[in-house]
Ligand binder design. Structure first.
Ligand code: SF4
Length: 63
C-alpha cells in the first residue's frame, strides 16, 4: 500500500500523526507528509484509520 498527502489541503490538525506516527509526520511547514511511501502491512489499518479520520480528506491510499 502507498500513501500520499495533498499538502495544499492539509489543515495541520495532526490527527494522522497521532493515529499513525509510523507513516505520517509533520514537515517544517506544519503540513503532514509520509515518512515512507510504502506502508508496511502492520501499519495499513492505522493508515486507513488516518485517511478516514482526516477532516479534509487529503490522504490518499493505493494498493
Ligand atoms: S489528518 Fe489530514 S488535515 Fe490533519 S494533519 Fe493529517 S493530512 Fe493534515
Amino acid at each position: 500500500m502507498r500513501a500520499s498527502v495533498d499538502q495544499d489541503g492539509c489543515i495541520s490538525c495532526e490527527l494522522c500523526v497521532s493515529i499513525c506516527p509510523s507513516v505520517f509526520s509533520m514537515n517544517e511547514d506544519n503540513k503532514a507528509e509520509t515518512i515512507e511511501d510504502d506502508i508496511a502491512e502492520e501499519f495499513e489499518q492505522d493508515a486507513e484509520d488516518a485517511r478516514d479520520g482526516c477532516p479534509v480528506s487529503v490522504i490518499d491510499l493505493e494498493q
